[in-house]
Design a protein around this ligand. Structure first.
Ligand SMILES: *[C@@H]1O[C@H](CO)[C@@H](O)[C@H](O)[C@H]1NC(C)=O
Ligand SMILES: *[C@@H]1O[C@H](CO)[C@@H](O)[C@H](O)[C@H]1NC(C)=O
Ligand SMILES: *[C@@H]1O[C@H](CO)[C@@H](O)[C@H](O)[C@H]1NC(C)=O
Ligand SMILES: *[C@@H]1O[C@H](CO)[C@@H](O)[C@H](O)[C@H]1NC(C)=O
Length: 477
């Protein structure tokens, strides 16, 4: 069953049992009914209050929750832009005492993992997690393995307290990886935080964000991204300010106008999926049926570019005079005249959102030709046909809403666009003091039924892989 449905069901069950357990008039004896009713009615507001409170606490403890209402809150995590928009990372703190780690923020996968101190290859220059130094760490002794196109991260599943942006989740399951393919982690990044739905979690564990949203710890059931642009900045350093990630609220100074929310197609909570209904290229519209799964797109902060079906990508470039399919290492990509300012915009059933020509122009590969940021991608299995990554997301304020499950986009404010290409110091870890704390429902069922699953994230895979390719291209040309 899908996560949101499970939650809804759990809430309905709680309400239902609450109603069933409520005091009723005694119908056992006709003569006493009026008396009982009167006595019942004479309960004061205070009596009712006490009854309601104890009843709720009893039910909460029965259903394994905490009797203390979850304290709500909201928080911001300042993020870093790595390798001219190749990836964006934020910070989490793990363990007792908490140690902070930089992790790629990835809405295209659902597992948290960090490099283990026992990891040698692939983790050489990155900060690693030392389980023995955390008094709250628990080794779940289950294998964890997530496959990426460019390699894998493998190790064991553990659980510990994880903090982020002023929130704390106890017993969060995550991968502690001692076997990480080289090139997957670029210092100072130690791992990855998956921000998609639990149905695609390799570990079977509920993702950190979903535990927080599902337990009502957020003022508002949303998280949001604002990502900076440095792809067109010749002075870009390896690390630059990356923007911000919020949990529990949207920051109104980062966008203007309304947030255009579009629902995830019914029952598709896995990746953050929206149907890509229309693409505009140089003023010409290509339309796709929203009902068809071939229009499904994963909105993925962990992928650098925008990938889609070959035929659709060919159509896009056919609207750009002088464009041609790439060859050799550039197979699957297209080149186009650098002198052309390409205006591509995407619509997901609502407004149309433009990708700036600067983001479309990935890099110059010859005297006159540039490489476009839209490329051919044939996804497999249950992965959506389109992967809409940072090339697009830099152009909007993006909001990922737990309930109702949807993704929203809004116009960036001038305060935000003014941050693009402005070289500066990268933010330090913004963990915040944990104002709201919840405990993960670590669900041994989920963990044991899944174990070392094959539902690895094809998407993140590509994101990291392409990040590598792009950096390679940039350093060559
Ligand atoms: C967890 O336990 C397994 C044995 O079940 C061991 O091989 C592994 O090194 C432990 N890992 C950590 C991080 O404690
Ligand atoms: C909202 O964004 C503005 C502009 O970046 C920033 O100054 C402010 O601190 C942010 N608010 C919160 C609560 O993070
Ligand atoms: C880009 O195209 C969109 C839709 O086709 C249009 O609304 C927008 O004004 C165009 N932007 C520029 C800079 O031409
Ligand atoms: C879940 O957390 C509880 C409390 O820490 C622990 O007793 C239990 O063993 C955990 N479940 C699993 C599968 O590790």
């Amino acid at each position: 069953m899908l996560p949101s449905l499970q939650c809804t069901l759990a809430i309905l069950l709680l309400i239902a049992s609450d109603v069933l357990a409520a005091p009723r008039p005694n119908t056992g004896s006709s003569t006493t009914i009026p008396l009982v009713r009167r006595a019942h009615n004479r309960r004061t507001e205070k009596d009712w209050g006490e009854w309601a409170k104890s009843h709720r606490e009893m039910l909460i403890s029965k259903y394994g929750g905490s009797a203390t209402p979850v304290k709500r809150g909201s928080g911001t995590n300042l993020i870093t832009n790595q390798n001219a928009d190749s990836s964006y990372y934020g910070s989490v703190a793990i363990g007792t005492p908490p140690v902070s780690f930089n992790v790629i923020l990835d809405t295209g996968s659902s597992d948290l993992w960090v490099a283990d101190s026992a990891c040698e290859i692939g983790c050489k220059s990155v900060p690693t997690f030392t389980a023995s130094q955390s008094s709250t760490f628990k080794n779940l002794s289950k294998p964890f393995n997530i496959q990426y196109g460019s390699g894998q991260a493998a190790g064991i599943l553990g659980q510990d307290t994880v903090q982020m942006a002023g929130f704390s989740v106890a017993n969060q399951a995550f991968g502690v990886c001692n076997d990480v393919s080289s090139g997957l982690l670029n210092n100072p990044v130690s791992g990855l935080l998956g921000l998609a739905w639990n149905t695609i979690a390799t570990s079977g564990a509920t993702p950190l964000w979903q535990t927080l949203a599902g337990s009502g710890a957020w003022d508002s059931p949303v998280m949001s991204f604002q990502l900076t642009r440095f792809v067109d900045d010749n002075n870009a350093q390896t690390l630059e300010p990356g923007g911000s990630f919020t949990m529990g609220f949207v920051n109104e100074s980062l966008y203007t106008g309304d947030i255009d929310f579009q629902s995830i197609p019914s029952g598709q909570e896995s990746y953050w999926i929206l149907p890509l209904t229309q693409i505009n290229v140089q003023g010409n519209a290509l339309t796709f049926a929203s009902s068809s799964s071939s229009s499904f797109a994963a909105i993925d902060t962990g992928t650098t570019l925008v990938g889609g079906p070959s035929s659709a990508i060919a159509q896009v470039y056919s609207e750009i005079p002088g464009s041609a399919p790439g060859t050799g290492n550039f197979e699957g990509y297209y080149t186009y005249p650098c002198s052309t300012a390409v205006n591509v915009s995407l619509a997901f059933g609502g407004n149309s959102w433009s990708i700036s020509p600067a983001d479309f122009k990935l890099t110059q590969i010859s005297n006159s030709q540039c490489l476009g940021a839209l490329f051919e991608l044939e996804t497999g299995g249950s992965a959506p046909a389109w992967i809409v990554g940072d090339t697009f997301l830099k152009n909007v304020y993006s909001v990922f809403r737990f309930n109702p499950p949807s993704v929203g986009f809004a116009q960036l404010s001038e305060a935000v666009t003014a941050q693009n290409g402005v070289n500066g110091p990268v933010p330090s870890a913004t963990i915040g003091s944990a104002a709201a704390a919840v405990s993960a429902t670590n669900g041994s069922d989920a963990l044991s039924s899944s174990g070392e699953s094959v539902r690895a994230s094809t998407l993140t895979t590509l994101g990291l892989l392409l990040g590598g390719v792009v950096v390679g291209i940039m350093s060559v040309f």
